[in-house]
Write a protein that binds this ligand. Structure first.
Ligand SMILES: Nc1nc2c(ncn2[C@@H]2O[C@H](COP(=O)(O)OP(=O)(O)OP(=O)(O)O)[C@@H](O)[C@H]2O)c(=O)[nH]1
Ligand SMILES: [Zn+2]
Length: 189
């Protein structure tokens, strides 16, 4: 199931190689356009997937207190430069009415949302909104910490600079103590 146009990517990669003064017919570069097309297929896999898809799996469990999956590694590509940004996502929610989802589904949602040309802010809020819309929980908190290679290998060149974004919904918006509790749990990672 190909979700990207391989032929078009291959053509474009050849053109970029030529444009930077390379010879796309030299041995080492011969298969590069094909490899890059396969790579884009993989790293943009989330493009045609609905982030809410995995959250439809719910168990009727009577737990109306915090569920937090922290330190979920993610890789994405910034939509401005198409270079990687990567780090950890922390996803917490307080279920309501027995709607509890599988823990892996929270990590799967992070994957679907990250695997497209993205902004860190948009990943953060899309994950939070997807959980609100499917599980209708008391509250959701999503925190992402990431290093952007467009700020390290080029441009301003500040390796180690971490960007932290958060999205809070429901209980966590109104209740500072609940927010502080979950943030301290995330910090202990
Ligand atoms: N808000 C936000 N900005 C991002 C993200 N990823 C990359 N950027 C920024 O996108 C901006 C694009 O700025 P431009 O001035 O259009 O591009 P540029 O000349 O390459 O910018 P410099 O990186 O400053 O050299 C840069 O400031 C990047 O740091 C992200 O996830 N969120
Ligand atoms: Zn960038």
């Amino acid at each position: 199931m190909g979700s990207v146009d391989h032929e078009k990517i291959e053509e474009a990669v050849k053109m970029i190689l030529e444009a930077v003064g390379e010879d796309p017919t030299r041995e080492g570069l011969l298969d590069t356009p094909k490899r890059v097309a396969r790579m884009y297929e993989e790293v943009f896999q989330g493009m045609n997937e609905d982030p809410k898809k995995h959250l439809q799996t719910v168990f009727g469990e009577d737990h109306e207190e915090l569920v937090l999956v922290r330190d979920i590694p993610f890789y994405s590509l910034c939509e401005h430069h198409l270079v990687p940004f990567y780090g950890k996502a922390h996803v917490g929610y307080i279920p309501k009415g027995g709607k509890v989802t599988g823990l892996s589904k929270l990590a799967r949602t992070v994957e679907v949302v990250a695997r497209r040309p993205q902004l860190q802010e948009r990943i953060t809020s899309t994950i939070a909104n997807s959980i609100v819309e499917t599980l209708e929980p008391h509250g959701v908190i999503v925190v992402l910490e990431a290093e952007h290679m467009c700020m390290t290998m080029r441009g301003i060149k500040k390796p180690g600079a971490q960007t932290v974004t958060s999205a809070v919904r429901g209980t966590f918006e109104k209740d500072a103590a609940a927010r502080a509790e979950v943030l301290s749990l995330i910090r202990h990672s």
